[in-house]
Design a protein around this ligand. Structure first.
Ligand SMILES: Cc1cc2nc3c(=O)[nH]c(=O)nc-3n(C[C@H](O)[C@H](O)[C@H](O)COP(=O)(O)OP(=O)(O)OC[C@H]3O[C@@H](n4cnc5c(N)ncnc54)[C@H](O)[C@@H]3O)c2cc1C
Ligand code: SF4
Length: 583
């Protein structure tokens, strides 16, 4: 075991969260900052050599190697868990930039009442709330977070149209969103044929369509750090790929240009963090295996976990920091409130070609008339809704071939199928939905007692299943899908409702996994305080969607960035000047 010289700050994980914190600390203070990233280095030029759909999108070139490390899953505490051996319901990232190198760029804010959801639901439903509901308030308000949302939007250059500017509703934006202090830094994208049809159909039905906000740049843009990026070329090789011209905001093109100039910043790749070193309630550094397999201790005055939802909880559990959550008693905090995203899709078919090879990860039109608290009166079983969207993310030639309306061919092979596949080529799109996932007592994370990773350490075990509420949310939103498909004169396939019968790890449903090290106002019910500082170890910070008490409907990364920037301010402006608990 090798013991290194102490540094001021050590960060586990070089994704959006880890590198944003590093950028803030290294550029605003003289402190030495080391980021330990388990994967390989990456740069813009890596993506210019070939965007191969088979390699990147279908064989998951940029994702974590599941044969070395994965998670296990079971539906309930009574069941046995088995390892997730193939990429399915979520795609964990690895390497510099993490999953935000190959994300789609969709950049929503959460609704104001999300941040006080427990209080909001109690006020609305009182004693009718199910006993197993575990939603919690975040410990701050939307108004507290708004300046950080705005900073995050400027950092990554989000394009969109405000629907609520300083309290004034603006038609053409999302009129249901919380008040914004500013218009988006960039205008929305040019829209595709499919998105335009969706917009018209939504308006005809009396809904309120808006361009989906996205960090795939709609024009050339220079952010407040002076980092310039080019406008999107609508190449469509976007989600699951790195952008070859840097138009999609990625940690390598937004944060690394600043960090590379800082002498007090060091990025060490190939470093797999195993434990938080701690004594008497104080974090003392991180222990990791380097690429050669040697165990190394990196002492530090401030320790930050930024290794994504599942890994943040796992590192706490493996380090024996905090009390593991026990669903039987409701006691303990580490692992509680595991949530994912309630996703549904309905395939729709048009009689004209859509040119769907063009697009961008975040290009699309959405409605939020059944999102958050809106439009639920006709659906008494639904407490929180979701958005409905038509995205034009760019369809690859392999995955998009063979999409035919129901009844066009008897099987998915043979001459009849091939004829139908050619006739319907480029005529398919999807209406999709992402809805809020509430937290329940029975859904949680712990360490698997059986399965281990390549180092012999226990895998994270996910205990997670859907409830009647998620099925009711799916039922409501797919009815809206059918209504919109009809208004667009499209033929619709049956929605993939089976996905919500039981939680399945085999079908992709977003990489928006949350909880496990949640924030809150009391150490009895949360791992970190509202500044994302560990309740028991004030020099340890646990940052990312692991801190979400439950999930919102919009894609989470902008909210992750906003809470990260808020934590950075607390650390730099308060903790460093006067080390100690901030709450
Ligand atoms: C295909 C896809 C599309 C997506 N599209 C969107 C979208 O459109 N909008 C949106 O809001 N979100 C989207 N997301 C989600 C988004 O990518 C994540 O929310 C975001 O990347 C989270 O950032 P993070 O830094 O917390 O975690 P990550 O990006 O996962 O970064 C964590 C880093 O920590 C490293 N790490 C983990 N464990 C260790 C360890 N033990 N030691 C050292 N390093 C470690 C990992 O290698 C990784 O680099 C998408 C995700 C995927 C996969
Ligand atoms: S669609 Fe635009 S943002 Fe996405 S990879 Fe292509 S050029 Fe980059």
């Amino acid at each position: 075991m090798q013991q290194l010289k102490p540094v001021d700050v050590v960060i586990a994980g070089g994704g959006f969260v880890g590198l944003t914190l590093a950028k803030e600390i290294a550029s605003r203070t003289p402190l030495s900052v080391v980021v330990l990233e388990r994967g390989k280095p990456r740069k813009l030029a890596d993506y210019a050599t070939g965007m191969d759909e088979l390699d990147y999108s279908l064989r998951y070139r940029m994702m974590q190697n599941l044969s070395e490390e994965t998670a296990t899953h079971r539906h309930s505490a009574r069941a046995s868990a088995v390892p997730i051996r193939q990429y399915g319901s979520f795609n964990p990232g690895t390497g510099v930039g993490g999953a935000a190198e190959h994300w789609g760029g969709i950049s929503y804010r959460f609704y104001p009442e999300q941040f006080r959801l427990a209080a909001f639901l109690r006020e609305k439903y009182g004693s009718r709330l199910a006993e197993n509901l575990a939603v919690q308030d975040w410990g701050f308000s939307y108004e507290d977070l708004e300046p950080y949302y705005w900073r995050g939007e400027q950092l990554i250059g989000v394009g969109g149209r405000a629907g609520n500017l300083q309290g004034k509703r603006v038609d053409g934006g999302n009129v249901f969103e919380g008040a914004r202090s500013h218009e988006y830094p960039n205008p929305p994208h040019k829209m595709t044929y499919a998105a335009t049809m969706f917009e018209k159909a939504s308006r005809d039905l009396g809904y309120h369509p808006y361009p989906v906000p996205t960090a795939t740049l709609s024009r050339n843009y220079t952010n407040p750090d002076g980092v310039s990026r080019a406008a999107c070329a609508y190449c469509g090789y976007c989600t699951r790929y790195g952008c070859m011209i840097g138009a999609k905001a990625q940690p390598t093109n937004v944060l690394m240009p600043v960090l590379e100039k800082r002498k007090n910043f060091t990025l060490r790749t190939g470093c797999n963090v195993r434990r938080v070193l701690h004594r008497d309630g104080k974090a003392e550094g991180l222990s990791y295996f380097d690429a050669a397999g040697e165990e190394i201790h990196q002492p530090a005055s401030i320790v930050i976990l930024a290794s994504w939802t599942l890994n943040n909880s796992r590192l706490l559990l493996m380090s024996k920091l905090g009390e593991p959550y026990d669903p039987a008693t409701g006691k303990g905090t580490v692992g509680r409130n595991l949530t994912h995203q309630v996703s549904q899709a309905t395939r729709v078919f048009f009689d004209k070609p859509l040119n769907s090879f063009m697009g961008a990860g975040g290009l699309g039109v959405g409605i939020s008339d059944f999102d958050g608290k809106e439009g639920l009166d006709a659906y008494p079983g639904v407490m929180r809704g979701g958005n409905v969207r038509m995205m034009s993310s760019g369809d690859g030639p392999i995955a998009s071939f063979g999409l035919i309306p129901p009844g066009e061919a008897e099987s998915d092979w043979g001459a009849e199928f091939k004829k139908a596949a050619l006739a319907w080529h480029d005529r398919a799109a999807s209406i999709t939905t992402e809805a809020e996932h509430l937290a329940y007592r029975q859904n949680y994370l712990d360490l698997d007692p059986t399965y281990t990773d390549k180092y012999g350490d226990p895998l994270t075990r996910m205990t997670l299943d859907w409830t009647e509420h998620e099925r009711a949310q799916g039922g409501m939103l797919t009815k809206i899908h059918a209504q919109l498909a009809k208004a667009m004169n499209a033929r619709a396939a049956a929605p993939n409702s089976r996905q919500l019968e039981r939680y399945t790890v085999t079908q992709y449903q977003s990489t928006h996994v949350n909880g496990g090290a949640i924030m809150g106002t009391s150490p009895e019910h949360s791992v970190v305080n509202p500044w994302l500082q560990h309740w028991q170890s004030p020099n340890l910070w646990v940052v990312g969607a692991s801190a979400f008490p439950q999930n919102g409907s919009g894609n989470p990364t902008l909210t992750i960035l906003a809470i990260t920037l808020r934590a950075a301010d607390a650390l730099i402006d308060h903790y460093i000047k006067n080390p100690g608990a901030l709450a």
